[in-house]
Design a protein around this ligand. Structure first.
Ligand code: FAD
Length: 519
């Protein structure tokens, strides 16, 4: 996974079979599927892989208990199957997590016990474990820190938990492992057409400011909340297809809720669900659902979203978190496929995906979820084959091991998420073993590895997506940013101007992850 190698390919390959625009979950899934079927595949990402929504999720690989409540059984079935497959194909990143719904009366006990039995049944043999009602005593044991007043018991169920940005990096590596290519900081600035049909793209290398024109038989728009921008490049008369909805998360110290089980609050005051989930040694609280018009790579949490999560958490936690306890706050934008009825609330819009084929032949993927990224890839390449009258090649990604796959890892090792790559990082550590922080598990060897093997280009790539430091502790990440920048400068043969500029850019982004204590 090396930028220079990909640029050489960009210069030498005359026509690609498939070009995928967008390096989030959707684009990565499509490019893995395409490369795995043997097509000459290139993915281009304007920023870093998973820079946008795909690094800001709740980190659940789930069937979707909420979709069950909405009666969307086909989505739950599809997502449950994908959850089961991902647990098998990326065991180093996807864990079976126990969730507990606290219940306060007989009626809730019945409702959630039956509902979750249905959830288990829908997953069939890919279920991660049976749900069960547990006593009040057991809930208090399993969720130390939960308020015991009026607690009747709880319903325990299983879902998957993962590291979204790490899976994105591993998927980018899987594209290479299957003979395809992917490159970050390469923006599509125009579509090239011949006889009104899309046949290529003009791209801008954000690192060098060079432009390239590329030809491709199939052009796929997988740009999430930015999908309308590409559709506008195709035709200025096109309607808007995306309804964006912001969701935020707060990160707290584990002391508020020790143990390894997650809490699921099934009905918040705004009629949604809220999770409190242990993640990388901290607690993740979220999320919200706020319709937004402004589409940005750097969405910022609204004050009312932060207040809402803290207020809801206070009803369940014995030690009440306040603004000053928040280690990090991050916001992401859901790329929901806009419904026909304008009035529909974003929380009610289906999370299913839709494929759009424009009259120009441009393929666009709208909507979807991280959990179903593989199925979205399969559906898209099936559609491309059908529309372009290519011979159908059956998908085999359901059984494809994702880069890093191994069952030989120690879950308690801080580097276990690297999977089979862990030994290489340990090798680098033989000569470069320097821990950069007492609060965050980050080692100099990881930065060298990220630059050499994972296409990291900026301090933010390293601190936000190759490691998850920025999401885990924003203040501490700002403190170590100059150390990270200096290591990167050496590895990348850059100079001090580059280093100082990187620190400045990182700080500008990281300040959005800090909470204003006085608000
Ligand atoms: C708060 C929140 C919580 C969520 N939690 C979960 C969860 O727990 N489980 C789950 O399954 N799903 C979850 N989701 C949904 C899931 O995260 C998204 O569906 C998924 O990440 C969307 O991926 P994407 O690739 O479509 O979009 P994105 O991640 O936004 O990727 C699109 C990419 O396209 C790139 N791009 C745009 N324009 C161009 C251009 N001109 N040239 C090149 N590249 C371009 C962008 O830079 C971006 O990286 C959550 C979503 C949110 C917002």
């Amino acid at each position: 996974m090396n930028r220079e190698v990909v640029i050489d390919k960009i210069k030498s390959i005359e026509a690609w079979d498939v070009i995928v625009i967008g390096g989030g979950a959707t684009g990565l899934g499509i490019a893995v599927e395409s490369a795995n079927r043997g097509y000459a595949t290139l993915l281009v990402e304007q920023s870093d892989f998973a820079k946008s929504t795909s690094s800001k999720s709740t980190k659940l690989v789930h069937g979707g208990v909420r979709y069950l409540a909405q009666g969307n059984l086909s989505l739950v079935r599809e997502a449950s199957v994908e959850r089961g497959l991902l647990t098998k194909n990326a065991p180093h990143l996807v864990k079976n997590k126990t969730f507990i719904i606290p219940v306060y009366n007989w009626w809730s006990r019945l409702k959630y016990t039956l509902g979750l039995k249905l959830y288990d049944w829908i997953a069939g043999r890919l279920s991660l474990g049976s749900s069960v009602f547990i006593s009040r005593k057991k809930v208090l044991e399993k969720l130390p820190g939960i308020i015991s007043k009026n607690l009747f018991g709880g319903v325990l169920y299983h879902d998957g938990q993962f590291d979204d940005a790490r899976l994105a990096i591993n998927l980018a590596q899987t594209i290479f492992d299957n003979g395809g290519y992917a490159i970050n900081y390469m923006q599509v600035v125009d579509l090239i057409k011949e006889n009104k049909k899309v046949c290529g793209i003009k791209i801008l290398d954000k690192k060098t400011n060079e432009n390239y024109i590329l030809q491709s038989k199939a052009m796929i728009n997988a740009t999430g909340v930015f999908a309308d921008d590409i559709l506008q490049m195709d035709s200025s008369e096109t309607k808007k297809y995306i309804a964006a909805s912001q969701g935020i998360h707060l990160v707290l110290d584990k002391k508020f809720f020790s143990g390894d089980n997650a809490l699921m609050i099934p009905e918040t005051s705004d009629g949604r669900v809220l999770f409190i989930v242990p993640w990388h040694g901290k607690l993740l609280l979220g999320t919200t659902d706020t319709p937004v018009k402004n589409i940005s790579l750097e969405p910022v949490a609204f004050e009312n979203e932060i207040d809402f999560i803290l207020r809801t958490a206070k009803d369940y936690l014995t030690v009440m978190p306040t603004r000053k306890d928040v280690l990090s706050v991050f916001a992401g934008l859901r790329p929901l496929a806009a419904p026909e009825e304008e009035e529909k609330k974003t929380k009610e819009i289906s999370r299913s995906h839709k494929i759009l084929v424009s009259s120009s032949g441009l393929f666009s993927m709208l909507g979807g979820k991280w959990t179903t990224y593989r199925k979205m890839g399969e559906d898209m390449i099936d559609k491309v084959e059908k529309e372009l009258h290519w011979k159908h090649i059956s998908s085999s990604t359901a059984l494809l091991h994702i880069h890093g796959y191994t069952n030989q890892f120690n879950e308690n090792d801080v580097f276990s998420f690297y999977g089979s790559d862990e030994i290489f990082i340990k090798k680098i550590m033989n000569e470069n073993n320097e821990w950069l922080s007492e609060k965050l598990p980050i080692n100099k060897a990881q930065i060298i590895w990220a630059v050499k093997e994972e296409m990291a280009q900026t301090v933010e790539d390293v601190l936000s997506r190759r490691t998850r430091c920025l999401l885990l502790d924003a203040k501490e990440s700002i403190r170590i940013a100059p150390i990270v920048a200096a290591i990167m400068m050496n590895e990348m043969n850059e100079d001090e101007t580059w280093m100082n500029d990187e620190i400045k850019k990182f700080n500008a982004i990281a300040k959005n992850y800090l909470i204003d204590i006085d608000s």
